[in-house]
Design a protein around this ligand. Sequence first.
Ligand SMILES: [Cu+2]
Length: 160
Amino acid sequence: MHRLALLALVAAALAACSPSSEKAPSGEAAASAVTVTDVLCRPTPNGRQVTGCYMTLTAPTDDTLVSIESPIAALAQVHETRMESNMMMMRELEAGLPLPAGEAVQLKPGGNHLMLHGVREPLRAGQTVPLTLTFASAAPVEVTARVGQPPAAGEDHSGH
Ligand SMILES: [Cu+2]
């Protein structure tokens, strides 16, 4: 009798565990995840500790990119670029970046971008940078950025 009771307990424990342990690639979790592609961070030449990262985000439902984290940087922010009195200015999007349902939102040089501050080690082309993106409603997404020059290179972040 004891053994049967124990088996029942083990079965119950396994059943309780399984939903959370298989969250990744299948079913509803994947369907409601934000798709992130073309993830790229600029190299940090000359000992600079600030760099920009770019990507394309597509949310299945209206959502907001609210924060970014990376173990290689002290601080990561979502920035917008705007012209003010003919000056290109960058500032943090404090309310986050809106992601309309089904729309591919591009972060790119000269536009909205991610900014890493306090980059601990120089970033060189060919390296990778782990980023964790947090959304208002969708589950967080972990991506790996490639380090390299974006296709439309030219403007840099010397305004910072
Ligand atoms: Cu910036």
